[in-house]
Design a binder for this molecule. Structure first.
Ligand code: PEP
Ligand code: MN
Length: 342
């Protein structure tokens, strides 16, 4: 931590800052410049983070040296992490291709969609059984029955499954059915949920909140990691903006930025980021080109009857075409779409 003192800081104030820092069991290194004096604090930065150092008379600014997400940071772990979702690897050159309907629907439909996405090369099947909806009157998901349908469909087509959790009371239940547990945008800062999911050893897909900074996202990942669960995959799914031409604003720069700051894999979700099937392919490819470790896309065989997010779903033939393009791009960057173990 570095303390920048006021330009007029007196010798007494400097001495007081030093003795305050030493009283915390840390040492202080004073550096006097022509206009400003700075005090470098040497020692455990976590100890100082909790202290209201800005309130010491004479202190103008407190500048941390290390990021506050120490387990998620690249400093802690220079190598890219690879998350294993029932044999499907994500990160370190391995791409997750997650596809499926927004909500889990009836078994026949799930089977049709799963067969199609599998044939196109997807390696994880998605579907929400518990849906966080803006309206309490909107379809809320099939609940445990949906979890069963999703798991059975995944088994039949040899695809690991990802589904969203919305309630900390359901952690055990969802962990029984899901290979990858999704925490959605609306719950990215539900700290109780993050903590409970962190206590499991199931991989977690953590989506960026719609008004969350990159720092907020990494701090939420830190909640999960700090409980001992190191299997975290991040997801950029668009943030709110003033412009409603697209559902959200796809923050593609967040992908290389997260990769600089963290060792955790990050995938993109152009379905929720744009809300428009005509824009999804370009944004999926942009995400991969920016270094994403996978792409998450909503696919439905008949979007006009979908229980949720029908207007943004790709139909299987569109997904098939996009997968062919994504495969080419992956090859260009020397990445592979992780195969599902037989
Ligand atoms: C979803 O994946 O269907 C979903 C609700 O996503 P998000 O949390 O990104 O809105
Ligand atoms: Mn959706």
């Amino acid at each position: 931590m570095i303390l920048v003192l006021n330009s007029g800081a007196s010798d007494e104030q400097i001495a007081h800052v030093v003795s305050h820092v030493e009283a915390l069991g840390l040492s202080a290194h004073v550096s006097r410049g022509t206009y400003r004096t700075i005090v470098g604090i040497i020692g455990d930065e976590d100890k100082t983070r909790e202290q209201p150092l800005q309130a010491i008379p004479g202190v103008a600014e407190v500048i941390p040296v290390l990021p506050p997400f120490k387990l998620a940071s690249r400093d802690a772990h220079p190598q890219a992490s690879i998350v294993d979702v029932s044999g499907v690897k994500i990160g370190g050159g391995n791409l997750a291709m997650i596809a499926g309907p927004c909500s889990v629907e009836e078994p026949d439909r799930m089977e049709r969609i799963a067969a199609a996405i599998k044939a196109s090369g997807a390696n994880i099947l998605r579907g929400g059984a518990y849906k966080p909806r803006t309206s309490p009157y909107a379809f809320q998901g099939m609940g445990e029955e949906g979890l069963r349908v999703l798991r059975d469909t995944g088994r039949k087509f040899r695809l690991p499954v990802v589904t969203e959790i919305t309630d900390p009371r359901n952690v055990e239940l969802v962990a029984q059915y899901a290979d990858l547990i999704q925490i959605g945008a609306r719950n990215m800062q539900n700290f109780v949920l993050l903590t409970e999911v962190g206590k499991t050893r199931r991989p977690v897909l953590l989506k960026r909140g719609m008004a969350a900074s990159v720092n907020d996202l990494l701090m939420s990942a830190e909640y999960i990691l700090s409980q001992g669960n190191s299997e975290v995959v991040l997801c950029e799914r668009g943030i709110r903006s003033f412009d409603n031409a697209t559902r959200n604003l796809f923050d593609v720069a967040a992908v290389p930025l997260v990769k600089r700051l963290s060792h955790l894999p990050i995938i993109v979700d152009p379905s929720h980021a744009t809300g428009r099937p005509d824009l999804i392919p370009a944004c999926a490819l942009a995400g991969l080109a920016a270094g994403a470790d996978g792409v998450h896309i909503e696919v439905h065989d008949c979007p006009q009857v979908a229980k949720s997010d029908g207007p943004q779903a790709l139909i299987p033939s569109q997904y098939h075409e996009l997968m062919a393009q994504m495969r080419k791009l992956a090859g260009l960057f020397d990445k592979r779409i992780s195969l599902v173990p037989e």
